[in-house]
Write a protein that binds this ligand. Structure first.
Ligand code: ADP
Ligand code: MG
Length: 362
């Protein structure tokens, strides 16, 4: 399911990105298209949420700014929160970056905000704060689970129903929910917990019945510059020097989109709708692409098998795998060389461009 959904999202995001690329920023439609991209990216983070939960997701930790994540979600959050909840944002300008997966941190913020919203059916006040915190020896003596050092703290506070001690004890358990059937999944907080632990962070809840709730998240600060930022499309992506790229993909909506994007980056393109067809083109028809970008799961020969054959018979042809499936599923289709660049669907133009550059250099 997640795989099929990722294919559809790749197409939606890809065409929206193409559209954005062709619009001038002052065009009245520019902002609308950006909103389509934002919503599409959220949808893709939701599929990732399902995958994180089943621990089948490929995560990409990078140096990122907590503030950027929140700022990029701002419009979406405002819409989620609605007009009867007062929203206060207090972001510390001097926040160090953290090492985490941007999509995952977005999930954390979204889940906590949705819970807060749902705890305030009659309206209320929601505060999001970021600040940095130094856990010194004293602090660590009182909180033995926490290592000393610098942390980025995210605090989300609501004035909703709050929780009893009994409820609070269970909130991180999968499928624990106090919501009506059809309203709660009980997966929000377990997902948050999993993500925060993956980032070596901690989560703490302050709450009492009728007194609202405050979720405090601490993630170790990383040194270095943040690399996360708003969606920007730069011309440096047009870096192709007419290298020939063979796209092997059985879903024509994906191969058409990828072809369109890749051509604009300055590469030449040819298409094969199966790995078997790609083998005929290379072995019998003498096609010599610089790079083969192949889907993994296809009828007939799989992309992993194609990669293995090519690496053996034509070591000069570079290979890149792409898939909406996760690592564990892909591993069933043959052993994947960990050095082979891998593109997770849905992908954006800049991810595609970066991965192609990486693959051609490798
Ligand atoms: P769900 O939202 O689907 O019920 P979660 O894992 O997100 O699942 O939350 C589990 C439970 O924790 C909720 O059903 C609710 O009882 C409680 N909870 C979570 N956040 C809050 C909050 N901000 N205020 C009060 N209760 C909360
Ligand atoms: Mg929830």
């Amino acid at each position: 399911m997640a795989h099929d959904f990722n294919n559809v999202l790749t197409v939606i995001l890809g065409y929206a990105e193409e559209l954005l690329h062709n619009l001038r920023p002052q065009d009245p439609m520019y902002v609308d298209v950006q909103e389509i991209l934002n919503a599409g990216n959220r949808a893709s983070s939701l599929t990732r949420q399902l995958l994180t939960f089943s621990r089948k997701q490929i995560i990409q930790p990078q140096l990122m700014s907590m503030n950027d994540v929140i700022n990029n979600l701002y419009k979406m959050l405002m819409r989620l929160i609605g007009e009867d909840v007062e929203f206060e944002l207090n972001l510390d300008d001097n926040l160090p970056p953290v090492m985490a997966d941007v999509g995952q941190i977005e999930q954390v913020v979204m889940n906590l905000v949705i819970n807060a919203r749902e705890a305030m059916p009659m309206g209320g006040n929601l505060k999001i704060r970021t600040f940095s915190f130094h856990a010194d020896q004293d602090f660590c003596l009182r909180h033995p689970m926490i290592e000393s050092g610098k942390y980025v703290v995210l605090k989300i506070t609501d004035t909703g129903t709050g929780m009893t001690k009994e409820i609070k004890e269970h909130i991180f358990e999968p499928f624990f929910t106090t919501k009506e059937r059809g309203h709660g999944t009980g997966l929000g907080l377990p997902t948050v917990y999993g993500i925060i632990r993956q980032a070596n962070g901690h989560i703490h809840v302050d709450t009492a019945p009728g007194k609202g709730a405050s979720f405090v998240i601490m993630i170790p600060a990383a040194s270095g510059e943040s690399s996360a930022g708003p969606i920007t499309i730069s011309d440096k992506e047009n870096s192709g020097k007419s290298e020939l790229i063979l796209i092997v993909e059985d879903d024509p909506s994906i191969s058409d989109l990828a072809a369109k994007m890749i051509q604009k980056m300055g590469y030449r393109i040819c298409l094969a709708d199966s790995a078997d067809r790609a083998m005929v083109m290379i072995e019998d028809e003498g096609l010599r692409p610089n790079l083969v970008i192949t889907d993994v799961v296809m009828p007939g020969l799989s992309g992993v098998e194609l990669a293995a054959i090519l690496r053996f018979k034509h070591p000069s042809i570079k290979i890149m795998l792409m898939s909406g499936y996760t690592e564990s599923v892909i591993a069933k289709h043959g052993e994947v060389d960990p050095e082979t660049p891998f593109l997770q669907k849905p992908f954006s133009r800049s991810e595609l461009s970066d991965k192609i550059k990486q693959a051609l250099e490798y």
